[in-house]
Design a protein around this ligand. Structure first.
Ligand code: PMT
Length: 427
């Protein structure tokens, strides 16, 4: 078993940030914002207005972000698949949106809900709990005008963080308020916003244990029984929980995935190893989420070396593996939540409900199985969430990251509304 621990002090590491740039002189400083964010381990994408391209080049931004940049809401002619709705998928992808500089014109469009380019469309598609930071920058008189102040008030009332510009020398040669803060200060504001957003999650500071991936059950020294699980769903849950400030332990079978930032990863191979590792986390965890596809059986007596091909037929005796999630569910104390998955075909909702009950779970995700879109290996999933009161939430086809976000939203509600669970105790 290999251990990998990652320190939890850099809130930007692994975050997805969109920088929206509108057409003011301060736009020339934005490649530096992108560079600082990238250095901190964030992924950055840029949406800029036509006006912004007069002050900063798309090539410079694409080069420093190492991503294509977005301007129009309309996709290019050679677009295919989900790229037609990229303003939605980018909005889903982002953890925060920074608009710097925000001109008077862009503030007016944002406050009115207009959407005629990628920047303004993204603003409308971001889910409400994601931080939006707006840095107005313009001439001092413009900034203090009644219209601009009214638009700022509207955006603030919507939950945006509008950061007042600095005072100093302006492009006109005049002195006054209106300068965009320096890139370092913009990055610091974003860090503060991300810290306080994570801190508002009921999962903040809680211990979340996630199982992921397949297990391998040895037949002999070179062969095993396993399944098609890639670990993508479990890793997406671990990543999303860490972003909400949880202390995440990810117990994973053999997969080819990078450890999500701020997550402690424990690699295991067999169901027995996963069981023993999980057992050591039972007492200290607040939420246990079983997303692994654990083999139900293992060969009774695996041979050490390679079995010889001597007989036309062989018999393999399989014995039951312990059910890790059921063990947790049936022994959990108050203040602990058990969450499971049930991969089933279309008719499997009833089976998922049975597993919810039999394993004493607080929530189960019925995972519809369809080779092309949902279940093992693919990047998308179709889940139906059923809580122990029977409340059922059908989710559409979503990316595994988005599905993980919805699952955690549901777990957060359980933390808050279930008597005896709020507040979760660090047991
Ligand atoms: O890894 P991916 O390729 O992204 O695919 C994701 C997934 C399809 C594997 C995942 O979303 C999923 O559905 N996992 C559960 C698979 C399943 O059908 O499990 P099950 O019905 O055998 O078990 C029900 C629950 O008990 C699961 O939460 C499972 O983790 C848990 N369990 C099962 C058996 C066992 N011995 N120990 C367990 O903890």
């Amino acid at each position: 078993m290999r251990h990998q621990t990652i320190h939890r002090d850099n809130v930007l590491r692994g975050k997805n940030i969109i920088i929206g740039i509108s057409g003011g002189i301060a736009a020339y400083k934005t490649p530096q914002i992108v560079r600082l964010l990238k250095k901190s381990g964030a992924k950055v994408r840029v949406a800029l207005t036509d006006g912004a391209t007069r002050f900063v080049s798309e090539l410079a931004l694409a080069t420093v972000s190492e991503e294509r940049v977005y301007r129009s809401i309309f996709p290019p002619a050679d677009t295919s698949g989900t790229d037609y709705t990229r303003h939605i998928s980018l909005g889903e992808w982002a953890d925060a949106f920074v608009i710097a500089p925000a001109t008077a014109n862009t503030l007016a469009k944002l406050s009115a809900g207009l959407c005629d380019d990628m920047l303004t469309a993204l603003f409308l598609t971001l889910r409400p709990r994601k931080p939006v930071l707006i840095f107005p920058a313009m001439d001092g008189q413009m900034f203090l005008s009644a219209s601009v102040q009214r638009n700022i008030a509207t955006l603030t009332a919507q939950g945006c963080r509008v950061i007042n510009p600095d005072s100093g020398e302006l492009a006109s040669g005049l002195c006054g308020v209106g300068r965009m803060p320096e890139p370092e200060s913009i990055v610091a504001s974003l860090q503060n916003a991300l810290h306080s957003t994570a801190a508002t999650s009921p999962l903040y500071g809680k211990s979340v244990v996630v199982t992921a991936g397949p297990t391998r059950e040895k037949i002999d020294g070179v062969r095993f029984i396993s399944n098609y699980s890639s670990g993508k769903m479990g890793f997406a849950i671990a990543r999303a929980a860490a972003k909400r400030g949880a202390m995440v332990t990810l117990i994973t079978g053999p997969v080819h995935l990078e450890t999500p930032p701020e997550v402690t990863r424990l690699d295991v191979e067999s169901a027995l190893e996963m069981h023993d590792t999980a057992l050591s986390c039972f007492k200290s965890c607040n939420v246990f989420i079983g997303a692994a596809a654990v083999s139900d059986y293992r060969p009774l007596d695996p041979s050490e070396g390679k079995m010889k091909k001597e007989n036309p037929e062989i018999e393999l005796t399989l014995v039951r593996n312990p059910d890790i999630l059921a063990e947790f569910g049936l022994q959990k104390a108050s203040g602990q939540l058990a969450v499971g998955f049930a991969l089933e075909t279309q008719t499997g909702l009833g089976n998922a409900r049975k597993k919810l009950k039999a394993k004493n779970l607080d929530l189960i995700a019925f995972n519809f199985f369809d080779r092309k879109t949902s279940g093992f290996e693919v990047d998308t999933n179709i889940l139906t969430l059923i809580d122990k009161e029977g409340v059922t939430t059908e989710l559409p086809l979503l990316s595994k990251d988005a599905a993980a976000g919805q699952l955690l939203d549901c777990i957060e509600k359980l933390c808050v509304y279930t008597p005896g669970i709020n507040p979760l105790k660090n047991v």
